[in-house]
Design a protein. Structure first.
Length: 402
């Protein structure tokens, strides 16, 4: 599954970096149409996480993932068949639905197959995924040097082929054990049990709400930093992509080493304290970067990027562990599906939050960082009682790297 992550993200890197350009220069959509398409696809994609998790509790996760990858491939290929807005909107929405479902399914697979090593496994997975994004982005940049419609179409085709290859590789993966499916398919008579629903679990829903706020670091690099740099006036615009490169390099180099600090549930919860500090420092550095001195502004923006990258890596480690530890084994897929809503919701709320901070000025960034830091403290307290009375764990099994 680790190799699959690399293949999948190489394809996604090919397309994500040029999708807006494709819809502009190949499909000839207007700015309003492109914005509507992106917003609608993101909204539909929110349903992918709970849907994927629910299906994985009822069917083999590898088979569900193969199906989802094939759906993503068909959606990508379908984009090549039309230049009309309505079908492009439908195909993009289907692709977004598959993308969010695939994300929760791969996390569920890692949780089941890696057992107590799930945090390290997820760190390796994330490292390879970031490397794949970078490789795909570099390949896209080289292809765009041609500046032809054919180049755009080949990049989209490459994205579809990566999903097909991922599906084929997934067929080679061993199916991990599932408590829920073992109970329901056992031939031994047993007293009927009703799996817990995450939608009735107020503690878990509150936890997911805090996760939505903690995931806002994603919007910093995609929207916040580029827009803030563009509006400061005294910083070269070329700094924005360089900070994104810095983010990717740090994740590839440090995600696995940092993961060892969150290999137990107690350790993961403890990381919420330094995570809070990282968010607060990142917001403060952005606020202070509004200076007339260019070297100082560049240094502070770089410091902010480092702080938010550290926060991103710490949050990933904390999130992987707590999202599983707070969920019952009998409904793990459903719970992780609901947890996936945090990332999906952030994709809609994140841009609004960072643009509001930018509009407010330096004080806005200070409040932005402080708000997320406070949310870390709230989550730290929220999960304490649940973890102390519910010792949840995943049985150890052999890790497969197919």
């Amino acid at each position: 599954m680790l190799v699959i992550a690399l293949v999948d993200r190489i394809g996604s890197g090919l397309w994500a970096s040029v999708s807006v350009l494709y819809f502009t220069y190949v499909a000839h959509l207007s700015i309003a149409q492109i914005g509507t398409l992106a917003a609608a696809a993101g909204a539909v994609g929110i349903a992918g996480s709970p849907l994927g998790g629910r299906l994985a509790d009822r069917f083999p996760v590898t088979r569900v993932l193969v199906t989802v990858q094939l759906v993503r491939a068909l959606a990508s290929l379908a984009l090549l068949t039309t230049d009309h807005f309505a079908p492009l909107l439908v195909f993009s929405a289907v692709g977004s639905l598959g993308d969010r479902a695939a994300s929760v399914l791969t996390k569920l697979y890692a949780t089941r197959i890696a057992g107590p090593d799930r945090v390290r496994y997820q760190a390796l997975h994330r490292t390879l995924a970031n490397a794949g994004w970078a490789l795909g982005g570099l390949a896209a940049a080289a292809a765009l040097a041609l500046g032809t419609t054919t180049a755009y179409r080949w990049l989209l085709t490459g994205d579809a082929l990566s999903f097909l290859l991922s599906a084929l590789l997934t067929l080679r993966c061993n199916e991990p054990p599932s408590t829920r499916r073992t109970v329901t398919t056992s031939t031994t008579p047993a007293r009927p049990t009703t799996p817990r629903s995450p939608w009735r679990d107020r503690t878990y829903l509150a936890y997911v709400a805090t996760e939505t706020v903690l995931s806002l670091d994603d919007a910093i690099f995609k929207v916040g930093l580029p827009l803030w740099i563009a509006h400061t006036g005294n910083v070269p615009h070329g700094l924005a992509p360089l900070l994104l490169v810095l983010n990717n390099v740090m994740v590839v180099a440090l995600q696995v080493p940092l993961a060892r600090f969150g290999t137990t549930t107690a350790a993961a919860r403890a990381l919420l304290i330094p995570l809070s500090a990282a968010f607060a420092l990142g917001g403060l550095a952005l606020a202070l970067s509004a200076t007339d001195t260019t070297p100082a502004a560049i240094a502070l923006l770089t410091a902010a990027a480092v702080a938010f990258t550290v926060a991103e890596m710490l949050h990933a480690t904390v999130s992987w562990e707590l999202s599983v530890a707070l969920a019952p084994d009998s409904a793990l897929g459903a719970y992780l599906g609901v947890h996936g809503l945090a990332q999906a919701a952030q994709r809609s709320a994140g841009p609004l939050a960072v643009t509001a901070a930018i509009a407010t000025g330096p004080a806005g960034w200070t409040v932005f960082g402080a708000t997320i830091a406070l949310t870390c403290a709230i989550q730290h307290r929220l999960v304490r009682e649940r973890l102390s009375r519910t010792p949840l764990s995943v049985p150890p099994v052999t890790v497969s790297e197919h």
